[in-house]
Design a binder for this molecule. Structure first.
Ligand SMILES: *Cc1c(COP(=O)(O)O)cnc(C)c1O
Length: 395
């Protein structure tokens, strides 16, 4: 099997597996217990917290472990919204291309009386800093803009948006789930107040993540109970997962440059090969994208069929976000960059990583070219396009 769906999840690396086994064998105590096994677990928890903090230039006490990226996004956004509301600020800013963990949280808040501005992106899938500036109001309680997009891989001007928010004294949250472990991050240099990350997007285990919250930025308790995570997130700590995540992150950061260079080389080769398919188009900016991200639209075909046939050929790919697959709605991200519905349905996301090879790229390119041609030959839409009864959307 060629695995090309690393944006959905990554395979747990051996450093993470070892750390998890170690946690279960040696640090099975409850970190809140005063006896020796408890205190040993507490120390291991602190070591993991230091490692996660180091990876993004934060202080250990600014890291709160969560059950994943979704929980971190929810807590950051709901916290900032409620603190804003106490001071009469009920306006929230985000973008049209966020992950649903952000968008659906914003939807819920808008039902509760908050006003949400969705800043658009241009056709390359990048947010303009001027548009964020123009959206800011007297009553803006939060700006939340993702670091890198999970579908089309575009990297946003986070440092510039951070500087803008700092100047206007508005808390700035970034969903950096796709970026952490893949791109260098420094929360101070980039003026980030809150940041979400998730273990399983950088070869750690799933069901664990973290929320970074800058000292001085108010945070609300999201899960009530014991005093874990300095009282902000109750529940006995999932130490095996936390230690696994920390080990995976240290490993990813130690080899970031070589991993990125490798993935970017594969990405560029695959983009070149898939561009040779007639009436195909790359989604998202060519330069400002994650090292392993390839996302294409092919005119006249249906993304779901493409995926199933690629799976038959031993290739694991995606039509976009794993969270929307299974629904028939086209991707909100592809619609936001201006792809019409009929084309947005024919999308394919291939996300490559350090474990992929140039041979994988050749296999993927050959199989995709073949399957696209096969599906087009059966497609009434494609026939109508070829007979000139319809106009091509993608030239
Ligand atoms: C995967 C992902 C999430 C959700 O993280 P989980 O740990 O799976 O809850 C949030 N945002 C982005 C951008 C993601 O890619």
């Amino acid at each position: 099997m060629v695995y090309a769906d690393n944006a959905a999840t990554t395979k747990t690396c051996s450093a993470a597996q070892q750390a998890m086994l170690n946690a279960m064998e040696q640090f099975w105590g409850n970190p809140s217990s005063l006896h020796t096994p408890g205190q040993q677990a507490k120390e291991a928890l602190q070591t993991a917290r230091e490692a996660v903090a180091r990876a993004i230039g934060a202080q250990p006490r600014e890291i709160y472990f969560t059950s994943g990226g979704s929980e971190a996004d929810n807590q950051a956004i709901v916290s900032a919204a409620k603190f804003g509301a106490r001071r009469g600020k009920k306006h929230l800013i985000t973008t049209a291309i966020e992950h649903h963990a952000v968008l659906h949280t914003m939807d819920q808040l808008s039902k509760e009386g908050f006003e949400v501005t969705l800043v658009p992106v241009d056709e390359s899938g990048i947010v303009k800093v001027e548009d964020v500036a123009a959206a800011i109001r007297e009553d803006t309680a939060l700006v939340s803009i993702m670091y890198a997009n999970n579908e089309i891989g575009t990297i946003q001007p986070i440092a510039e948006i951070g500087a803008l928010c700092r100047e206007r004294k508005i808390p700035f949250h970034t969903d950096a789930v796709q970026a952490v472990g893949h791109l260098p991050i420094d929360v101070d240099a980039q003026n980030i107040d809150m940041l979400s990350l998730s273990g399983h997007k950088f070869h750690g285990p799933r069901g664990v993540g973290a929320l970074y919250v800058r000292r001085g930025t108010p945070l609300l308790t999201f899960i009530h109970g014991g005093a874990q995570e300095r009282g902000f997130r109750a529940g006995t700590e999932n130490l095996p997962a936390i230690m696994g995540m920390a080990a995976a992150l240290e490993d990813a950061c130690a080899h970031m440059e070589e991993n990125d260079a490798h993935a970017a080389g594969l990405r560029d080769a695959l983009i070149e090969k898939l561009s040779a398919i007639p009436h195909s188009a790359l989604n998202g900016d060519r330069e400002r994208r994650l090292p392993g991200n390839v996302n294409f639209c092919f005119e006249g075909i249906e993304g779901e069929s493409l995926l199933l046939l690629l799976d038959d050929k031993g290739i694991a790919a995606s039509s976009g976000s794993a969270c929307t697959s299974g629904s028939l709605d086209p991707s909100h991200v592809l619609l936001a960059i201006g792809r019409p519905h009929e084309v947005a349905h024919g999308s394919l996301r291939l996300t490559l990583d350090r474990d992929n090879t140039m041979e994988d790229v050749e296999t993927i390119a050959a199989a995709t070219t073949e399957v696209v041609e096969y599906l087009r030959n059966m497609s009434p839409v494609w026939k109508a396009l070829q007979r000139g009864e319809r106009n091509y959307v993608i030239q």
